[in-house]
Ligand binder design. Structure first.
Ligand code: SF4
Length: 266
């Protein structure tokens, strides 16, 4: 890594040997900054936007003071390529997660392209909350899109994630008409997303408005508790236990009896 350039305002973590965010063994790049503030966020440190446009202090201007997207891509691709042997052996690749990678298209889009040029499998992990043109451009370049669907009712989505849901649903509908390899992910969060009414509305929406019939159910876990304490952030799920196996099975059956293929985790 180039010691002169600090990547942390853009990428807060590089996780190697990940087996959760796409096929095979993966290197996951976590982008800094997310427009949402989900109450169950496992990466609360990623939510703050790294550098606001215009906060220039160095040679370059705008969002990338002291560097440029091109330089960052070069540095990051070198990091990604270090694990190439694992991708080749396992059918893995690189996953762009966050935070919200679509919040920094100046870096994300050339990064996906650079990986594609090197025949490295790319996966975009997104909340779907972004202008459609940016989502469409990234989805068209990526080999796989992991797209979260959380809550259908606008009022609840706003209350639990800080943003209304309409843009996400419109984006998903529009992606469904394109040739995009997409997998849905449903975070199963007690008392928030796991309500029977919400699950019914998700099934209705997907059945009516999209061609997607494959969903990964991601049960809530308490792994991020320590992070909230360290960051002195309010953890609204502090006293919430992960859903029981029976509950997860029940949700799985609900999706399956509506014709969905399900996977737990992933
Ligand atoms: S979209 Fe993801 S990164 Fe952003 S707040 Fe929600 S859980 Fe956290």
């Amino acid at each position: 890594m180039n010691p002169m350039i600090d990547i942390t305002p853009y990428i807060f973590k590089i996780q190697r040997f990940s087996i959760h965010d796409g096929p095979g063994i993966r290197t996951t790049l976590f982008f800094q900054g997310c427009p949402l503030t989900c109450r169950w966020c496992h990466n609360p440190e990623s939510q703050a936007m790294g550098l606001a446009p215009g906060k220039s202090s160095g040679k370059s201007s705008g969002k990338f003071p002291g560097t440029s997207p091109g330089q960052l891509v070069e540095i990051l691709v070198k990091e990604i390529e270090k694990d190439r042997i694992f991708y080749d052996d396992s059918g893995g690749g690189v996953t762009f997660s966050g935070g919200e990678p679509l919040a920094c298209p100046e870096l994300l889009l050339p990064l996906i392209e650079a990986c594609r040029d090197r025949e490295i499998h790319t996966c975009l992990d997104t909340s779907g909350f972004a202008p459609f043109e940016i989502l469409k451009a990234a989805a068209a370049k990526a080999d796989l899109v992991l797209f979260d669907i959380k809550i259908i009712k606008d009022r609840d989505h706003l209350a639990f994630t800080g943003k209304p849901v309409s843009r996400i649903l419109e984006n998903l509908k529009a992606l469904s008409t394109l040739k995009v390899n997409l997998k849905l992910r449903f975070p199963l969060i007690p008392n928030m997303t796991d309500r029977r009414e919400n699950i019914g509305q998700i099934i209705d929406f997907l059945t009516r408005e999209t061609r997607y019939r494959d969903i990964h159910i991601l049960p809530f876990h308490t792994i991020a508790e320590g992070k909230y304490e360290m960051l002195k952030m309010k953890n609204e799920l502090k006293h919430i236990s992960p859903p029981t196996r029976e509950h997860v099975d029940k949700v799985r059956q609900t999706f399956e009896s509506a014709g969905f293929k399900t996977t737990i985790g992933g």
